[in-house]
Design a protein around this ligand. Structure first.
Ligand SMILES: [Zn+2]
Ligand SMILES: [Zn+2]
Length: 220
C-alpha cells in the first residue's frame, strides 16, 4: 500500500544510471559484482564453483554459504551508506536484488544481532533491516530477536582470522530451541566468516538441522 502511493509520487529510476522503470535497470544489474561462481561451502570466489581448499582443510560450522556479491563498487558503497550513514533505503534496494536469487528457502532467516549497546548507538541493525526486506519479499519467516549478542565485542576491523575467532567465542546466545529447523544466518558483509561461524555454532547447539550463512557481499 505504502509502496504503491510512494511509487506513484516518486516513480522508480535506476539508482546507477537514472533509467526510469525500476531502481536497478537490467543493464546495471548485469554489471554488478555478482559473486558467481563461488565455493558453496564458504562463498569464496571460485572459478569452477566447487568446494575450495579452505573448506576441505577445515569445514566451516555451517552447511553452506552464499553471498550475492563481491564487496566491490557499487555494492560496497551501498552497504556503507546503509551501515554508517543511516540510509535504510539501501536495505530495501539490496533486498530487492537478493530476494529473487536466494539459494534456498529456509524455515527462518536469522539476522546477525548487534550487541544492545551498539544497537542503541546506531539505532538499527543493518542485518535486521536486510532480513526484514527479504522476509517481506519472499514470505520466509524472520526472527530478529532469537539470537542475542552477549558480549560487546570490539570492532573486528584490523584483526587476524585467529584474533577474530577468539574475540567472538561464546558471543551469541540462542533464546529458544531450534530443533530440526533449516536456518539462514544473514549478515551484511562476510569477511573471514568468523561472526557467521560463531553464530552457526550457537544455532547448532540449539538443535538446528541445516544452517546456511548468507551475506550481501563477501570480501575476496
Ligand atoms: Zn541502470
Ligand atoms: Zn570454500
Amino acid at each position: 500500500m505504502i509502496d504503491g502511493w510512494l511509487g506513484a509520487l516518486f516513480p522508480a529510476v535506476c539508482t546507477w544510471c537514472g533509467t526510469p522503470g525500476s531502481d536497478a535497470c537490467p543493464d546495471c544489474q548485469a554489471g554488478l559484482p555478482w559473486n558467481d561462481p563461488a565455493c558453496p561451502g564458504c562463498a569464496r570466489p571460485q572459478v569452477h564453483g566447487e568446494r575450495c581448499g579452505h573448506c576441505a582443510a577445515k569445514p566451516p560450522p555451517f552447511d553452506a554459504a552464499w553471498t550475492a556479491f563481491r564487496l566491490e563498487v557499487p555494492v560496497q558503497q551501498g552497504i556503507h551508506r546503509l551501515k554508517y550513514q543511516g540510509r535504510l533505503i539501501e536495505a530495501a534496494r539490496l533486498g530487492r536484488l537478493l530476494a529473487p536469487r536466494l539459494p534456498s528457502r529456509p524455515d527462518l532467516i536469522l539476522p546477525v544481532p548487534l550487541h544492545r549497546w551498539r544497537l542503541a548507538r546506531r539505532g538499527y541493525n543493518q542485518a535486521g533491516e536486510l532480513a526484514h526486506h527479504l522476509g517481506r519479499l519472499t514470505g520466509i519467516a524472520v526472527d530478529p530477536r532469537l539470537a542475542v549478542r552477549r558480549r560487546a565485542t570490539p570492532d573486528q576491523i584490523g584483526l587476524t582470522a585467529v584474533e577474530r575467532r577468539r574475540n567472538l567465542r561464546g558471543a551469541f546466545h540462542i533464546r529458544s530451541a531450534l530443533d530440526g529447523l533449516h536456518l539462514a544466518l544473514l549478515d551484511d558483509v562476510m569477511t573471514t566468516g568468523a561472526t557467521l561461524s560463531e553464530l552457526a555454532r550457537a544455532c547448532r547447539q540449539a538443535g538446528a538441522a541445516r544452517i546456511e550463512a548468507w551475506a550481501v557481499a563477501r570480501t575476496a
